[in-house]
Design a protein around this ligand. Sequence first.
Ligand SMILES: [Zn+2]
Length: 284
Amino acid sequence: MAPSSTGPWQGNLRRALTDRQASRLHHLSSDTYSDSQRNRNQVSEAVLPTTGAAARALATQNSHGNEHGDNSLSQQFEKKRFRLDASRYLPDIHRKDLIVLHFTAGTSCESAFRTWQTDPKRIATAYGVDPNGAIVEFFPPEAWAYHLGVKGTSHHDKRSIGIEIANVGPLQQDTENPDQLNWWPRNWGVPFCRKQERERYVQAEYRGMKYFAAMPQAQTAATAALVNFLCERFGIPKVASEEARRGDYNLSGFATYQGVASHSNFRRDKWDVGPAFRWDSLGF
Ligand SMILES: [Zn+2]
């Protein structure tokens, strides 16, 4: 999930989590806000391709999709119901060479939208994908918002397009009923599914967790279509490295990477996009 510190992550919940759990959960990095504030002041690294070669490059990027007639997918995007106010993202336009996948650690694009819309810190992603496969465009993908929370730089926020997959993320066995898997609220106390429901979760060891909520086929297919659409429209390489697929942290390596990555490649303390995402669905 894109970093945030409003909504359910504040207050009682935060106190209910151990520090280790809190640091692993997406929204809970306490320094995210100050990072965002600091990053916003780093205008010197901002590229403003409104004139000259950069603008022409961007125009080429944007016209690419039109020439290839792949606007049909964009016509299906939900652009009104969950559209962020212009004050909730940054409108300056940057060339894009990276797509970063997240999960929301929640159940819907709507809940992510409500968190971001009430938060002045401009934390968001351009897109979200609901479990039923509906694609939400929260703000224009040429613009940007803080979705990575990398300390000391907003460069990767600017050059990337973030996609939030609505998914609750890691699951833990209920302490009293080992046949039940719970998700994070109420100190990992909210039932998600029974262990017999094998289609509801993926079992894989990743950053100290063993179970991750599954992503339905419709959501996986819509995410893959969106990624391919954005790669073509913005000229982003259709590349997903083995390191990206494994969710390895390698900030310096991914600093120059172009293609599709996940939040965990940029942060050690994130689980997303996690083992439940089927990278083979991308088709490259
Ligand atoms: Zn994330």
